[in-house]
Write a protein that binds this ligand. Sequence first.
Ligand SMILES: [Zn+2]
Length: 102
Amino acid sequence: MTTLDTTDHDDWLAGIHERLKHTCDEQTAYLSDLTAAAPDAAEAAAHGALLAGTRQSLADTVAALRRIEQGRYGACEVCAAAIPLARLELLPHARTCVACPR
Ligand SMILES: [Zn+2]
């Protein structure tokens, strides 16, 4: 895995933090649109699934932001190994390393 010195890592983490905040804002706005929508009976199931999925994504994003604030970001929640930076760049809200299932 790539190693970064502390300054580079801080910059990198600040970038991830920005992306997560942006995602959080987008998902919050999307969620309020979804909540405001009144689907008819035929669309209710799909709407419910979309709502649940968006709530889950938002929860993951908020949890990742909290981990950054608490200085715990980037450690796998299952085995505590460092999650590769490339994986975090692809999936900033990743909770586990590649080897561990969610
Ligand atoms: Zn792991």
